[in-house]
Design a protein around this ligand. Structure first.
Ligand code: ZN
Length: 205
């Protein structure tokens, strides 16, 4: 079945998704959902897809960073992002058990906010505990782009989008990103700017 990816504004993207029981994970319904989400992620194409993005408020996401997706990027960009191929896998009821203090700043996008991107700070390394598609406990220690994907997808399962974490003044259309920022270095120590002073209540802008 072809799944429709929902966009920002759909309430399901702002809900905390519910946990799945091992029995549910092994059931035909969730097994079919996993297959359909894998297809939808590959069609998009994307490197991750969380169940709320197809309208299902469940703690489940699929992840895959394929070799052929990496071919569109310069080797230096891939090295800077520590981006390597990640085989297809499923994370169910995931928990971030550890996140490094070291933070990386890179442009990030989302299939639920098509056509836009922004710089989002993310922990460089995370340890994530989860159930796989056979309802077996697993953990992964990830760094670089894979760690970013995990944090992005797990945010979806808690009703958060990258725009909640982005450096809002870097928000850009993808067209402008391609034209102006693609391939340019991104400073990796970015103090959060002070918010502008609130306008005088007597004036209107
Ligand atoms: Zn997303």
């Amino acid at each position: 079945m072809r799944l429709k990816i929902v966009h920002a504004g759909e309430p399901v993207l702002r809900e905390t998704a519910r946990l799945l029981t091992p029995q549910e994970v092994l059931g035909e319904e969730i097994q079919r959902l996993i297959r359909d989400m894998r297809e939808a992620m590959r069609d998009a194409p994307g490197v991750g897809l969380a169940a709320p993005q197809i309208g299902q408020s469940l703690q489940l996401a699929v992840i895959e960073d394929r070799e052929d997706l990496l071919k569109g990027y310069a080797a230096a960009d891939l090295a800077e992002r520590e981006r390597r191929a990640v085989p297809f896998h499923v994370i169910i009821n995931p928990v971030i058990a550890y996140a490094s203090d070291e933070v990386k700043y890179f442009y990030e996008g989302c299939l639920s906010l098509p056509g836009f991107s922004a710089i989002v700070p993310r922990a460089r390394t995370v340890r994530v505990e989860y159930l796989d598609e056979r309802a077996q406990s697993q953990f992964v220690q990830a760094s670089g782009w894979y760690a970013r994907i995990l944090q992005h997808e797990i945010d979806h399962l808690h009703g958060a989008l990258y725009i909640d974490r982005m450096q809002s003044r870097t928000f850009t259309t993808l067209d402008n990103w391609t034209r102006l920022y693609k391939g340019k270095p991104i400073p990796q120590s970015q103090p959060t700017p002070d918010p502008p002073d609130p306008p005088d209540s007597a004036t209107e802008a």
